[in-house]
Structure formats: structure tokens, C-alpha cells
Design a protein around this ligand. Structure first.
Ligand code: FBP
Length: 320
């Protein structure tokens, strides 16, 4: 059995139409056939505003630029809100799998964290997308409504053969800022996404914070968790511990039987970024979803960086 067939086998309740989309995703771009993914997400114009997102590399104001970047870099897919996808879906039809972000939040109205549903399943089908993207904010007073929206959309998406990709971002009134990426919180949010029917779960890399002190005790008792870094650890050591935390997040998603990918975050130094990706890969991440670290750099540099990310996923040995 190939690795891709093994992964498809985990999705026992899905129709051939959904599995066909998953197969297509895994057979696209430079990671084709490896069971790993590299996705370009460009919803930051909506989420953070055009100036902080695109001014560093003004070509990125143009929606067509992102299709080209995803294709030239050999990405597995390109994910964006309705407007950006509508702008290029016809011109680039068939060249890169598309994921339509069905809900979005802006930074002008932040509290409580919540999103509006900004596109529909019909839009996703009309644009030839392989799937829908949906953000949930566990920890926000809006989370329950978001879970209901997602449960409904996921059910309908599966009926029409679309994949469900969930951005699981803990944040809101119930969480302190420093705990938004805490290990137990990220693992919990990822698990909620899996329970809500996500085929693919996208989270931020977990930090060495633990929000729930009772959970901290459980982690301390199990030997691998003694490798959790103390808060004061230096950057290279921090990276070394990241793989252990990533393993826990992946395990939390049905013992690794759901696809979990990790985001790139704000633009950072290229080498630091690649060390982090190496840790994600060694922890068993199924890939990376890299936005700002790609499109805020000039195209040549962005492609080089994404190809290095691809190389990391191809080379990493999970037993390291
Ligand atoms: P980045 O690689 O730029 O972090 O993109 C991943 C992503 O999930 C985007 O889809 C989204 O716009 C962004 O992160 C949101 O980050 P935040 O919610 O922290 O502002």
C-alpha cells in the first residue's frame, strides 16, 4: 500500500469524490506522492489588512501573483478568500488545487474573536476548488456558534465531494494571550477540529507553555515530556524541543490518523524558519502552510525558501 493510500484509508466515512480530492492534493507539486503537503495561504489581506501584508513586496497586491507563486514553487494547494480566488480561478484552472476560505475575520473589529461566513459551497464548486477552509477560535465566546457553522458546512461539503480544512486558532476571553499557543491548548483545539469532521487541521506551532496545570502534571509523568523546554530556554534548544510538542499535537488528532499541518507565522529570518520547519517535520507534521514567510519576500527568494521547506520534508527522518 502506498503512503497516500494509507492516509486515504483513515477517512473511512468519506465518499470517493472526497477521497479523489485528497488524492489530488497529495499528488500535486514537488511533494507529490510523499504524504506531505506545502500550502500557500493568502487571507492576510483580509485578516491583517493590505498594508502590513503586501507593502513589503508590492507585487503581492495582485491576486494573480499568488497563483503564480504557488504554481512556480511547486505547492500542493493555494488557499484564499473569495475575492482573490475569483480573480484568478479561470486563468489558472487546473494548475494548482484551490481551497476557498469560507469564513474570515478582520483586524478592525477584534473582540470577541469571531468570523463572518463570506463565501458558500456553491462558490467553491463554481471556482473548481478541491475543498473549503474554515477558521474556529476555541476560547472565544463565539466558538460555539462557529462549531455549529462548521459542523453544518462540513456535512454539506462532504455531500458535494469537497475537503474540509480547519484553521484551529485558540483565542478569546477564556484564554490568556500567552496561552494561545500553549501545548495543551493547541492540541485541544486541533482535537476539536478533528471531532468536527476536518480532513486537514491547521494549527500554529505549540510553545512550551502549558495552560492547564493539572495537564502539566500528566505531561511531566510521561518520560518524553521531560523534554519540554523550560521557559528560559535559548532559541536552538527551543527548536529541539519543538518536535516533541508537535508529536503530541499530531497524536491528539486521532493518534496521527488525521492530517495536521503547521503555519509559518510572521516573516522571520530564513535560517530560523527552516530550523523550525525541520523540527515540525521531525515531530511528524504532515506539512506546512506558509503565507507571510513566502509572499512578503521577493518572488525569487520566496520560491527558494519554499523549495528549501520542500527539501526538508523530503529528507527528514522521523526517527531522528
Ligand atoms: P502565515 O504563514 O502568514 O502565518 O499564514 C497562516 C495563517 O493561518 C493565515 O491563513 C492567516 O491569515 C494567518 O495565519 C493568521 O494569523 P493570526 O491569526 O495570528 O493573525
Amino acid at each position: 500500500m502506498t503512503r497516500i493510500n494509507e492516509i486515504l484509508d483513515w477517512y473511512g466515512a468519506d465518499s470517493p469524490a472526497v477521497l479523489d480530492k485528497l488524492h489530488r492534493l497529495f499528488m500535486q507539486g514537488q511533494l507529490a506522492g510523499t504524504g506531505k503537503l506545502i500550502i500557500l495561504p493568502v487571507d492576510q489581506g483580509f485578516e491583517h489588512g493590505p498594508l502590513p501584508s503586501f507593502a513589503r513586496n508590492p507585487e503581492a497586491y495582485n491576486p494573480l501573483y499568488h497563483f503564480q507563486l504557488a504554481i512556480e514553487a511547486g505547492c500542493s494547494a493555494y488557499a484564499a478568500p473569495l475575492g482573490f480566488l475569483e480573480a484568478g480561478a479561470r486563468q489558472f484552472a487546473g494548475q494548482v488545487p484551490l481551497i476557498l476560505k469560507l469564513n474570515n475575520a478582520d483586524s478592525l473589529f477584534k473582540s470577541p474573536p469571531g468570523s463572518a461566513v463570506t463565501a458558500s459551497l456553491d462558490d467553491a464548486l463554481r471556482l473548481g476548488c478541491i475543498g473549503i477552509g474554515f477558521t474556529i477560535y476555541p476560547g472565544s465566546s463565539t466558538s460555539r456558534a462557529m462549531y455549529e457553522q462548521l459542523a453544518h458546512l462540513a456535512r454539506e461539503a462532504k455531500k458535494v465531494g469537497l475537503l474540509v480544512v480547519v484553521w484551529a486558532y485558540p483565542r478569546g476571553e477564556a484564554l490568556q494571550k500567552q496561552h494561545e499557543q500553549a501545548l495543551d491548548v493547541v492540541a485541544y483545539a486541533a482535537h476539536i477540529a478533528a471531532q468536527l469532521g476536518a480532513h486537514i487541521i491547521k494549527v500554529k506551532p505549540p510553545t512550551n507553555e502549558v495552560a492547564n496545570k493539572q495537564v502539566q502534571e500528566c505531561l511531566d509523568k510521561t518520560s518524553p515530556w521531560s523534554r519540554l523546554a523550560p521557559a528560559s530556554v535559548s532559541m536552538p534548544d527551543y527548536q529541539n524541543y519543538l518536535r516533541t510538542r508537535v508529536r503530541h499535537v499530531v497524536q491528539s488528532c486521532f493518534n496521527g490518523r488525521r492530517i495536521v499541518i503547521f503555519s509559518g507565522g510572521p516573516t522571520k529570518d530564513k535560517n530560523e524558519f527552516l530550523v523550525e520547519v525541520g523540527e515540525l517535520a521531525r515531530g511528524g507534521s504532515f506539512g506546512s502552510i506558509v503565507g507571510r514567510n513566502a509572499f512578503t519576500r521577493p518572488k525569487k527568494e520566496a520560491i527558494e525558501l519554499l523549495q528549501n521547506v520542500i527539501k526538508v520534508y523530503k529528507q527528514v527522518n522521523l526517527t531522528e
